[in-house]
Ligand binder design. Structure first.
Ligand SMILES: Nc1ncnc2c1ncn2[C@@H]1O[C@H](COP(=O)(O)OP(=O)(O)OP(=O)(O)O)[C@@H](O)[C@H]1O
Ligand SMILES: [Mg+2]
Length: 338
């Protein structure tokens, strides 16, 4: 390791500490090695990675390590914004700009000032919204809706996140190539949790400290660690945090054993064959239901109504299924938001 690498590694460690980000695995360190360099630059950053992999936390780490650290970090969820609201959210409006505009309102771009503007789920931007964003990135200026005054400078640093590889969206014609090149000057891809198993147990301990509360020092048994390592983590770090949160709630003291985690047992193939057809079928269905429900709830951020709609089930039936699998903790009402 050269001196330069050591220096970068040390700064990366500092960024992780600042953002309370756990990541010691070779895969994670390799993927994020350039982050300290990104932090020094004003160029736009594109962070890609599966759901729950830690894109937003990494965006914060970049911000905290940058000269803008003391300035605001403002997040915009592009996926949650209908087309018609994007400009209003980003640029704000003058009083009287439209029927409901009773007062002048600053947009998020002005709120971020010279800090960092985090554009989450950028892959979800509509074609029209893409044009709007491209214009800001190109011109470095914007005008609040209804404003007749001079344009204002956009001084924020842009960091965007995407769940799907944006270059594929470009190839498929769903994302403008020119915007892709503007927003992805610097790129970093957060590896999924299953590709960095060395991070699983340290993350689990981190979440135990975070959620067990000071009074109860919970430990992981060897069987619990093995179960964590055997799981595939489709919901990545967020899923791990939810598993630990649920286990810490159900089990207030002592040591967590594998069953306390409520993960489904090792894949059927690893188990000795045997048992009646009906038993094995029941187990397979249970495993499928658990897996499906976990993904579904993570995908819809714990919103039961939306999840039910997506799954084509009645809200009540979905609630019952979640209860049956003791997955109610994945619903937003009982979920902890970091
Ligand atoms: N390396 C990490 N160390 C500690 N906590 C982490 C880490 N990665 C993720 N988390 C936590 O896991 C949760 C999900 O992370 P985050 O919101 O950054 O993921 P994301 O990639 O933005 O997910 P999504 O695509 O669903 O928006 C958060 O509560 C975050 O604090
Ligand atoms: Mg996110």
């Amino acid at each position: 390791v050269s001196n330069v690498d050591e220096h970068l590694l040390e700064r990366l460690g500092r960024a992780c500490a600042l953002a309370k980000l756990v990541g010691q695995s070779p895969a994670f360190l390799k993927a994020t090695a350039a982050v300290p360099l990104f932090a020094d630059s004003d160029a736009a950053v594109l962070i890609s990675g599966e759901t729950g992999a830690g894109k937003e936390l990494l965006a914060r780490a970049i911000h905290y390590l940058s000269p803008r650290a003391a300035l605001p970090f403002v997040a915009v969820n592009c996926g949650a914004l209908p087309d018609s609201l994007l400009e209003n959210e980003l640029f704000g409006h003058e009083r009287g700009a439209f029927t409901d505009a009773q007062a002048t309102r600053e947009g998020l771009l002005a709120e971020a000032g010279r800090g960092t503007l985090f554009l989450d789920e950028i892959e979800a931007l509509s074609p029209r919204a893409q044009v709007v964003l491209l214009r800001v990135l190109q011109d470095g200026s914007f005008r609040p809706l209804g404003s007749t005054r001079a344009e204002r400078r956009a001084e924020a640093r842009f960091v965007a996140a995407t769940n799907t590889p944006l270059e594929l969206e470009v190839q498929a014609g769903r994302f403008r190539a020119d915007l892709y090149y503007r927003i992805g000057v610097l790129c970093v891809s957060v590896p999924p949790l299953r590709e960095r198993p060395e991070d699983i147990v340290p993350l689990a301990r981190h979440f135990l400290r975070k959620h067990a509360g000071a009074e109860a020092a919970l430990e992981l048994s060897a069987s619990a660690e093995a179960a964590l390592l055997a799981h595939r983590w489709p919901g990545n770090v967020r899923e791990l945090e939810n598993v630990i949160l649920r286990a810490a709630l159900l089990r207030r003291d002592g040591r967590l054993e594998a069953p306390d985690l409520g993960l489904r047992a090792a894949p059927a193939a690893a188990k000795p064959a045997g048992g009646s057809f009906n038993d094995l079928k029941r187990q397979a269905i249970d495993a499928f239901e658990r897996d499906y429900l976990t993904r579904l709830m993570l995908e819809h951020s714990g919103n039961v109504s939306r999840a039910a709609r997506a799954a084509g089930k009645e809200r009540r039936d979905l609630g019952r299924l979640l209860k049956k699998h003791r997955l109610d903790s994945l619903s937003a009402r009982s979920r902890h938001h970091a």
